[in-house]
Write a protein that binds this ligand. Structure first.
Ligand code: C2E
Ligand code: MG
Ligand code: MG
Ligand code: MG
Length: 292
């Protein structure tokens, strides 16, 4: 009896939707508690210039460890934060952490480095985004000249002209723009002519075995050439092996980031790393994030 089957089907979907909604709600509640208890932390992953072995910048990556639920990855909670209007608070915390680390470098007489901050498309859509960001940078004493905002192509789909205006405005205020996860978005590249971009980040999806996988190698070579021809700096993310380092070096990729050098570590770890003046060029061979 088809009708009965249809009912079951319907009931199944309703239950599934309810279950998901309930799960989101629980995550939202947990996130509010986590923010109130200051459990949302920021860790930092070095971006390395392998010519000199120097850490020239860090990417700020948000981390959340719940006392009951354990580690919750950003891929799971950022979308929830975006949909319930908590992404501004999360981003403000990240900027605060960057400001604090910037000042610790200063106090330790270390040269200033760049801070890459991931900017959610949701946040970018705020009409007062430039003012808000500049306000936070001032409040937490992070000079805009040290900031790279990591954006994705998805931010350009709604209104490319408006997005371009905002990005120009941010840049006029000293902020640099980095195009994250490059190569995984849209194949239409025409926006690169009008959107100001300082840096292309090749997505880790293409790292694979560069020396063996012809497809990945061709894409990586092309992105490096494209970026350089447009006057941009090119960064590879997800660099895990010595072979990848050698390959990317030979192709003139400017900066490298990945577990081969270091995973994201707490601020203390990064300060230590810079104080010890570790020679990063050879890499530590670490492959695990410091989390389960
Ligand atoms: P993303 O911006 O592309 O960040 C790179 C991700 O790759 C990070 O994952 C990083 O830990 C991971 N990764 C770094 N090196 C390697 C490597 O050698 N191999 C592999 N397999 N992975 C590597 P994470 O921290 O889990 O972040 C995931 C995504 O969550 C980020 O992707 C970013 O889109 C988002 N995210 C993280 N922090 C923030 C934030 O503060 N705000 C916003 N809006 N999004 C954030
Ligand atoms: Mg990023
Ligand atoms: Mg990325
Ligand atoms: Mg990514």
């Amino acid at each position: 009896d088809a009708k009965r089957g249809g009912d079951n089907h319907y009931r199944y979907f309703t239950e599934e939707l309810n279950r998901r909604a309930a799960e989101r709600l629980r995550l939202e509640e947990r996130l509010r508690v986590g923010l109130a208890e200051d459990r949302i932390q920021t860790w930092f992953q070095p971006k390395v210039d392998f010519q000199t072995g120097e850490v020239v910048g860090v990417e700020a990556l948000v981390r959340w460890q719940d006392p009951e639920w354990g580690w919750i990855t950003p891929d799971r909670f950022i979308p929830v934060a975006e949909s319930v209007g908590l992404i501004d608070v999360v981003t403000e915390r990240v900027i605060r952490a960057c400001g604090q680390l910037h000042q610790r470098f200063q106090r330790a007489c270390l040269s200033p480095i760049a801070f890459a901050i991931n900017l959610s498309p949701r946040l970018f859509q705020r009409p007062d985004i430039t003012r808000t960001l500049l306000h936070w940078f001032q409040e937490y004493q992070l000079p805009p000249e040290r900031v790279f905002l990591e954006i994705t192509e998805s931010l350009l789909v709604d209104d490319e002209v408006l997005a371009g205006k905002v990005l120009h405005e941010l840049r006029r205020n000293g902020i640099s723009i980095s195009l994250d996860d490059f190569g995984t978005g849209y194949s239409n590249l025409s926006y690169l002519r009008s959107i100001p971009v300082d840096e292309l980040k090749i997505d880790k999806l293409f790292m694979g075995e560069l020396t063996r996988e012809v497809g990945n190698a061709a894409i990586v070579n092309s992105i490096i050439a494209l970026g350089h021809n447009l006057g941009m700096r090119v960064v590879a993310e997800g660099v895990e092996t010595e072979a990848q380092v050698r390959y990317l070096r030979a192709r003139g990729c400017d900066l490298l980031q990945g577990y081969h050098f270091s995973p994201a570590v707490p601020a203390d770890g990064l300060l230590e790393m810079r104080l010890e003046n570790q020679v990063m060029a050879t890499g530590s061979g670490q492959t695990d994030e410091r989390r389960p």
